[in-house]
Ligand binder design. Structure first.
Ligand code: RUB
Length: 312
């Protein structure tokens, strides 16, 4: 595998590229560029190299089905249709563009539907950095709605600072709080709506997002504040429909405390689940609806993500 490709894999692992949509777009692009540069005489070694690349990207972050679904989309169609290396390269290129286009179009719709949900005068709360939920807030502001936003720091890697900077740069009144103040803010500042992003959604409509998201959803429930998850459905985890559990990525202890005393144990889960009963609605490219009907929507719109045991 060449160094340009490995650099992207490393950027994904180290969060220089972060957020599910960015990870999927950059990962799929890197895959297509690698395919373009591969110099193999016949199809078999070409497919072998692509499989190694697929594996490297698919395992770079454990909880990122949108990237894995993109690679599946390309490879499945490739094996069906390519008979020469030249043809295979063309197919990878056009399918990767198609998938990136799907991601971009779905993001636009999520942003548009989500902005409708924000009323003029709203106080909004969010967590971590999600290009979809920030996109919704920025769009509501662009439409001239008077809004203010509270966002968390998102320890240990402070992705909340990316959110805060984007919102402040756009001229939105924004306040950052430590993660443990999330409930206090909802209670003390009349938050009207909470919108977070999502990395994955399961066949049962459980959403997976940055650690702390479930706490936010529980606090929202306690105080009767609507909790929405902004997600494109390319983040569906197909394996959950055959009974597998989505994996939650565990990250290095050094992200929490790099010069910790010897003998101290750490746990650093990157994500957690939010079950559908805590979510008022998912804001998706197919509309705003209850997460519990996600499987039906996927079946209708993205049949390539429906799998069975035999396909594994
Ligand atoms: C980012 C995160 C985001 C989702 C959605 O985690 O949890 O809410 O990935 O992002 P990390 P988007 O920083 O660990 O990647 O809405 O941009 O797809």
């Amino acid at each position: 595998m060449d160094t340009n490709f490995l650099k992207i894999v490393e950027d994904i692992q180290t969060l220089r590229i972060q957020g599910a949509t960015n990870i999927a777009v950059e990962g799929v692009k890197a895959f297509a560029l690698l395919a373009e540069r591969l110099d193999t005489g016949s199809l078999e070694p070409f497919f072998d190299e692509l499989e190694k690349a697929r594996y490297a990207l698919a395992t770079a972050r454990a909880t990122e089905p949108a990237l894995r679904n993109g690679l599946r989309y390309i490879i499945y169609n490739l094996h069906e249709n390519a008979s020469t290396v030249k043809e295979a390269k063309e197919i990878v290129n056009s399918l990767s563009n198609e998938y990136i286009q799907l991601l971009k179009e779905s993001k636009k719709k999520v942003i548009s539907y989500g902005a409708h949900r924000i009323k003029d005068g709203s106080t909004i709360m969010t967590h971590c950095h999600s290009s979809l939920s920030t996109g919704i807030i920025l769009e509501a502001h662009r439409q001239g709605k008077e809004i203010q936003v509270f966002c968390t720091e998102t320890r240990p890697l402070y992705q909340g600072r990316i959110t805060a900077k984007e919102l402040v740069d756009a001229g939105i009144t924004t306040t950052q709080v430590v993660d443990s103040a999330m409930r206090w803010v909802i209670n003390s500042y009349n938050v009207d709506i909470i919108i977070t992003g999502a990395d994955a959604i399961t066949s049962q409509g459980t959403v997976i997002n940055k650690i702390g998201t479930r706490l936010l959803a529980l606090a929202a429930k306690e105080m009767d504040v609507p909790f929405y998850s902004a997600i494109n459905l390319l983040k569906y985890d197909p394996e959950t429909s055959i009974g597998k559990l989505s994996e939650i990525e565990m990250r290095a202890a050094s992200e929490i405390w790099d010069k910790a005393p010897d003998g101290l144990n750490f746990l650093n889960p990157a994500f957690e689940t939010v079950s559908h009963d805590l979510i008022d609605g998912i804001i998706s490219e197919s509309g705003v609806f209850s997460p519990s009907i996600v499987y039906l929507i996927i079946k209708e719109n993205y049949p390539f993500m429906i799998i069975s045991e035999e396909m594994k």
